[in-house]
Each structure stands twice: as C-alpha cells, then as structure tokens.
Design a protein around this ligand. Sequence first.
Ligand code: FRU
Length: 462
Amino acid sequence: MESKDRIFEEIRLAEEKLPLINRDSFRQGFHLMPPVGWLNDPNGLCQCRGEYNVFFQYSPKNPNGGEKYWGHYKSSDLIRWKYMGVPLVTDTVWDADGVYSGSGLAEGDKLHIFYTGNVKLKDGDYDYITSGRQTNVVYSNDSGYEKKLLIGWDEYPEGYTCHIRDPKVWKENGKYYMVLGARRLDDRGAVLLYESERPDRDWRFLKEITTAEKFGYMWECPDVFRLGEKTVLSVSPQGVKNEEYRLQNIYQSGYFLSDKSIFEDYMPEGFEEWDYGFDFYAPQTFRDDRGRRILIGWVGMPDADYTNPTAEKGWQNCLSVPRILEYKNGRIYQSPAEELEALRLEEREIKAGECFEAEKADIIITDIEGDFYANIREAVDITYKEGIFEIRLKSFGRTSRKLRLDRLKSLRLLCDSSVIEIYINEGEYVMTSMFYTKSRSSLIGSGRIRLYEMKNMEVCYR
Ligand code: FRU
C-alpha cells in the first residue's frame, strides 16, 4: 500500500471507535472536539463560499497526541457542523513528520491554505531545536488539496533555530502578507514578516518583529489584524516568567495593541492575555462576511502538569466557542458568537443562594455588587474578594487561577459537559478551563441569575 493510502486506512480504523467514544459523558455539547483521539490548535479558520471552515491539528490514532494531520469541520451557521474528514496528511517530503499549524485565506471562491510541514531527521544526535528539524511553508487549497513548497527550511534568514512555523496569511492593498512564529538562536521569541504578489509563489522576507526586551524564547501561532483603530499582534509565547495574577500557565497566549501598522517603525509592547484560565492556547482569528473578527482557541495546554481523564476514553481536548472581538476601553473584549443563543432552551430564573441542577448551561449573572461566590457543579469555585477574581478547581492537577479586577459587575458562564468558559464584565476578561465532575448541582451566591439549559450543536459525521 502507498503511504498515503496506509495513513487513510489507519485513520478510518481509528475513527471506527467514534460511536463508542461518543458515549463518554464528558463529550461536549457545544464545543468542537476531535471525532476520536487528540486535537490541538485551530487551523485555517475562514469563511469561504458562505461557509465557515474550522480545520484543526488532529491525531486520530492517539488520544495523547502524535503525528499531526489537519481535520476539518464546516458550517454555515456556527452551530450545525459537518465533519469533512482529514484533508491533509503526512504524505510528502516537506511534511513527513507532521502537517503543523497554519491558516486559510478565502479569496472569492478560492480557499488558499498555508501550513508548516515538519520533518525530523533520524539517525543522528540532534536536539531538534538547533539541529535535526526542517520546517517548510507549504501551500495547498481546498480544490484537491495538492501541495506545493512555498518556503523551504533552508531559505529562512540567518539567526534562527529550526523552530520557525505557523504561517498566518492575509491580503492587504492587493498584496499578500505572512507572519511566522520563531525562536531565535539567542533564545528569544520573534515573528518573521513576509510578502508576495501571489499567494502560491515568490514569498520575500521583509523583517523581524520582536519586543525591545526578551519576552520568552519562542512565539508560536502569530496573527496580525486590525480591530477598530488598532493593530493587533497575537502570539503564543513560551518561556515567559509566571506571575501571581497573570501569566500563570506554562505557556501563554495574548496580544499586543498598537496605533501603528506593522509596516511602520513598529515595536510590540504591553502584552495582554486572551484568557486567564488553565486551558487556552494557540488561538487564531478570521473576519467573516458580516465584518466580525472571530477568535477560536484550543482549549488545552501543552506540557502542563494537569491532565484530562478523557484520554483513557480515547479522546482529549476541544476548541473554544467562536468569540467576537471588540476593541474598547483600551483592551479587547470577547463575547460568544450570538449564533450560540439558538441552542438555548427556555429561560429559568434562579434565586441567589439556592442550589439548582443543570448540566450544559448558559448562565448570565448581572447586578453583582461587592464580593461574589459561586460553586459550579461541585467542581469549580468562583470567588471575587478584595479586588481578586479567582477560580479554584480540584480537577486532575488544576488548582487556582487569579486576576486583579477593580469591580465585578457581571458574569456569563458557558458550562459544557467538561469545559467552562467564564466571561467577566461582558468579556473584559475570560477564563477557560476543563473540569470533570458528574454532579449537576450548583449554587450562585448573589446577583440576578438567568439560566438557559443548552442543547447540543449538531455535528454530522460522514
Ligand atoms: C502550538 C503548536 C504549533 C505547531 C503545532 C503542532 O500548539 O506547537 O506551533 O504548529 O502546535 O501541533
């Protein structure tokens, strides 16, 4: 059998376990998951021919990760999804050890795809940081998924380790631009900017972008876009020092805001995190035909010391709900796409201080004054006291995450079977975490509480 046929046969066999895996009570109702096995970064997010495309890093054969392919979901309304299978696998010399992260660019009816092909050399004494790894930028598109080498591993500028990856491409004033995340030889994270007149050839290196002071050793998954008057550079840095009230995870993801465009004399400063919870990394954004800037992240955290019991059931991780971004009050506010409201069942008013039962729910708490306390499904403690907002969990190694907050006015809790997304003050801050409990019983201490039980999204597997 040819290697490509063999890979597809292995995927087919792995995906035969889907009906069994879907019986796991921790499977999510309104978060996209791997059909089977492992999922990490969202990839190729875009709207093309009216349909939303969500590709994702996918290891169907191994719930703990392994060889990465691109899986693919499509939807016309963000709540009814169709699984399209695995369009990109490790079948060329440019991507033999992983079809890594990348982006999609819709142009008319065309969907251009850019990704990193990862190649690991064998038979040698390599550290796979400065030697033994080749990463190539590969082009493809969704009419046939043929592959073409765009930037070879030996064509990058001097001064970098082998860690250069995750192309994000956009079009501006008739030209195409690409950012890549990189680890410099002096162990500093940076972004490389490229340009071209054609998406599928002739990419030229323009410049490096990095902070004045070192901010971690590697920046993964860069993204650049305009939001209102601001230029946003989003990156997922590794090697940033932890602090008590921010930057608490092993790796971070967040953004730099600027009044300047990245083509000017631009220097990123003032990093702000996308999410203060345990499980959020490698987000990517796109603009839809309604002009909304939509962000989706990976609900997961690489190399963390906490785990997920679902791995034993044959699957792990999910994506965040699509979040609409808005710039106001000097930061980016995030709110779940309105489409999710179609999954709400009837509204229930809950009294503060009373226990109530619900599993999948969208809970809105307004009119919060002073301190606050809630316990969600006997697993997630949420407190606000003395200017500190904190979530506490006892869930497979997850402990506490905190942030400083002048005032807590409102909360929106999106509780799925085993993930909670907490939107604080209309999305001024967000905290996302996996949590595992069978309990359906919750208590919310104060405020006006409205609860909608949520039905599942429709996900159609072939
Ligand atoms: C981020 C990341 C990317 C890489 C991909 C591989 O989570 O490490 O930098 O392309 O995952 O799965």
